[in-house]
Ligand binder design. Structure first.
Ligand SMILES: Cc1cc2nc3c(=O)[nH]c(=O)nc-3n(C[C@H](O)[C@H](O)[C@H](O)COP(=O)(O)OP(=O)(O)OC[C@H]3O[C@@H](n4cnc5c(N)ncnc54)[C@H](O)[C@@H]3O)c2cc1C
Length: 427
């Protein structure tokens, strides 16, 4: 009897939690939509044209409580999860992809890693900056190491009570505007490699003079956020700014990459928002534009395109929701599936939306033209579509497939091409 009552109470509590979660998500969606439609949307074209970082949008996000909302309450945030963050990001990105990306980096990525693995001091530093409106930067990629991230050559040499960092990063989102940096480097102690670790550096702080910003890439889309080189020249980082997951430096890169799954789902949510934004424009346009004396929505060719676009959008949203449907960081496989599907969907849907506009879609006066350019990035940045397919296949087959020649040859579970050849010859 008591057990039955407990079960009923547990179910009621779960129902209540589910209801309050649903109403919280709805409230975030409404407030974000309001900001997107009235503030970010009207500014999006000029941000794209001027290629200037939208500080005013950062402050609008901050004032609405949307910067650092995933930061735990103990550090001044709201302790919300990725479920809430993706709702915010989708709504904002419908109107402005650049601001959507800012919302990602202010709630996922580096912030998530620091809040999960950081010391008290590190969490306080990160929280203070983000809650003030800073969008953190993650520095992994280098000119010679993109998909092969572990080939990075930036090194952090242990010297006394700290590390000296030297190297060059590339394609760093927010280079020159972000203050909080999470920089990845190969750690050496007495010239012995220790593994890859993350270091927290605040640009502009005394002692951080060794961090400087190089050239900015002229990008196809998302032009309001600088993508730059970041130089590290004898940058001194105190030992207490090493971000150390519980597994230590040697295995810690894997944990830090787990945090990156959050960033991947965030990127998927921006791509989703862009697709929905373009879809909305197309749906309205085909009902109002007439050719052959009829609204063009009466042509089945366009109806089927619209139907496919809507289905693809729903499928992408379902994958994203599946990836954030737990606590903690999203699962690697689910994050990879969500980003892969949504990024490719967004490229197709934004292009189809442009096509439905005819010439009007090709004009830079049309937001859909910007959305096509903005969406193109998401099959590349944060793990390319090909690399994500590798991740998914590896999970499906339950095997690691080392991508380097040496790793592949040495891996016991896989037959090397030489073995296969030898077997053929012997037969
Ligand atoms: C707009 C933008 C913002 C970015 N922001 C950041 C940032 O803030 N911080 C950061 O650290 N990085 C950032 N990046 C870098 C991004 O993460 C890399 O571009 C990405 O990891 C791919 O690396 P790459 O460009 O060097 O391509 P490469 O790795 O050189 O790949 C070239 C091609 O080869 C394919 N390829 C490579 N390896 C394999 C493989 N094993 N199997 C199959 N195909 C493969 C790729 O899919 C791609 O098509 C950003 C990139 C962009 C475009």
């Amino acid at each position: 009897m008591l057990a039955d009552l407990d079960r009923i109470t547990a179910r009621e509590n779960a129902d209540l939690n589910e209801k309050s979660c649903a109403s919280r998500l709805e409230s975030i969606r409404e407030r974000a939509r309001d900001l997107a439609q009235n503030v970010f949307g009207p500014r999006a074209a000029s941000i794209d044209k001027a290629e200037i970082y939208p500080w005013e949008n950062c402050f609008a996000l901050r004032d609405a409580g949307f910067m650092g909302m995933t930061i735990p309450k103990a550090y001044g945030g709201q302790g919300l999860g990725y479920r809430e963050a993706v709702v915010l990001v989708e709504e904002v990105s419908k109107a402005c992809g650049v601001t959507g990306r800012i919302a990602v980096e202010a709630n996922m990525g580096a912030v998530g890693a620091i809040m999960a693995y950081g010391s008290e001091k590190q969490k306080k530093i990160a929280a203070e900056l983000v809650l003030e409106g800073d969008k953190p930067a993650i520095c992994i990629t280098e000119p010679e190491s993109g998909s092969a991230a572990t080939d990075m050559t930036t090194r952090a040499d242990k010297v006394g009570d700290g590390y000296i960092l030297n190297g060059k990063k590339h394609w760093i989102t927010g280079g020159g505007v972000s203050r909080l940096h999470l920089i990845f480097a190969q750690v050496f102690e007495n010239d012995e490699p220790q593994g890859i670790a993350g270091f927290i550096v605040v640009r502009g702080e005394p002692g951080a003079e060794g961090l400087s910003i190089g050239k900015r890439e002229p990008t196809m889309g998302l032009r309001g956020i600088p993508e730059t080189e970041v130089y590290l020249r004898d940058l001194h980082v105190p030992a207490d700014m090493l971000l150390q997951p519980p597994s230590g430096i040697r295995k810690g890169f894997g944990d830090l990459m787990t945090a990156y799954n959050g960033q991947r789902v965030g990127a998927a949510a921006v791509a989703l928002g862009l697709a929905v934004g373009a879809y909305d424009q197309a749906e309205a346009f085909i009902q109002q534009r007439e050719q052959f004396g009829r609204p063009i929505c009466e042509f089945q060719g366009l109806q089927w395109m619209l139907a496919d676009m809507a289905v693809q959008i729903s499928a992408a949203r379902a994958l994203i929701n599946e990836a954030v449907n737990g606590t903690g960081f999203p699962d690697k496989m689910k994050a990879a599936q969500a980003k892969l599907f949504t990024s490719e969907m967004a490229v197709k849907v934004t292009n189809d939306a442009l096509q439905m506009h005819g010439a009007a879609g090709y004009s830079r006066n049309n937001p859909v033209e910007r959305m096509v350019r903005d969406a193109r990035m998401f099959t590349i940045g944060g793990g390319t579509a090909q690399v994500l397919r590798n991740v998914i296949a590896s999970d499906l087959l339950g095997r690691k497939f080392p991508q380097t020649r040496e790793g592949y040859m040495a891996y016991p579970a896989s037959k090397s091409p030489v073995d296969t050849l030898r077997e053929k010859v012997e037969k």
